[in-house]
Design a protein around this ligand. Structure first.
Ligand SMILES: C[S@@+](CC[C@H](N)C(=O)[O-])C[C@H]1O[C@@H](n2cnc3c(N)ncnc32)[C@H](O)[C@@H]1O
Length: 236
């Protein structure tokens, strides 16, 4: 792993890339995800994302956490099982249903919101932790969503993000080149989250083993960032 310093719809693309990926990329809608999540098995598995687990030191029971676009709920349920007060949002009805089922099986409670992130009234400075795991959007939507994430963090709040790097489109083959605008670079994330302090930023190839959708070597980005605390008024 090479740490890379930085400031501050997958669509049909699996970890190894899938044939036909590029043609579908721009067409992804909630219906696509409903179809994917409509089957019994969990597309990304029921275990939490590895990077999220690695950041467990930042997660304390009682903290308010937001899982953005968490699909079938694996990450949200895991945080709730650690005692966090979790809100999860996704626009796929099938994903929301599977999130509820997973939460019930785990014996945890969480607040499940079925909505498009752009239709939701994001509370300002409300969350101690926000996670964004493989939430891929095109340039305009990506920037807007990332600004909303920044604004919903409390001062001192933590962002944990993992996503495909643009290089992953090349790995997936020349036919997947048009996926690149939906994938990320460190520079894009730096710009989107310029108000946050970067605690850790990694980009590089890593093996993924998450459900049946993420299997094999992938070029990814991992970002851990913190919203600065409000300046303390000088005492005279
Ligand atoms: C690759 S999946 C990741 C799911 C989950 N974070 C995980 O790692 O298991 C991307 C998710 O983004 C959701 N999504 C995409 N655009 C969205 C939007 N505008 N509003 C809400 N959810 C959205 C999809 O429904 C899908 O569940």
């Amino acid at each position: 792993m090479t740490p890379a310093g930085c400031c501050g719809q997958e669509l049909r693309l699996g970890a190894r890339g899938r044939s036909g990926a590029s043609a579908k990329m721009a067409e992804v809608t909630s219906q696509y995800w409903d179809e994917l999540y409509g089957q019994e098995r969990y597309a990304y598995g029921t275990l939490p994302n590895e990077y999220l687990v690695q950041q467990a030191v930042w997660l304390e029971a009682g903290m308010r956490a937001l899982a953005v676009a968490d699909g079938e709920g694996r990450n949200a349920v895991w945080m709730a099982s650690r005692g966090l007060d979790v809100v999860t949002i996704d626009y796929s009805n099938a994903g929301i249903e599977k999130t509820r089922k997973l939460a019930e099986q785990a014996g945890v409670q969480l607040s499940v919101i079925h909505a498009d992130v752009f239709d939701w009234a994001w509370p300002q400075q409300a969350f101690d932790v926000v996670i964004s795991i493989y939430f891929h959007l095109g340039p305009e939507h990506r920037r807007a969503a990332h600004r909303l994430i920044g604004s919903t963090l409390k001062p001192g709040g933590i962002l944990i993000l993992e996503a495909f790097h643009q290089r992953h489109a090349q790995r997936a083959g020349s036919a997947a080149a048009k996926l690149a605008p939906f994938l990320y670079t460190v520079e894009l994330l730096q710009e989107d989250f310029c108000g946050l302090e970067v605690l850790e930023c990694f980009e590089g190839p890593l093996p993924l083993a998450e459900g049946y959708m993420h299997q094999g070597t992938a070029d990814i980005i991992r970002l851990l960032a913190r919203k600065p605390r409000l300046p303390v008024a000088a005492v005279t």
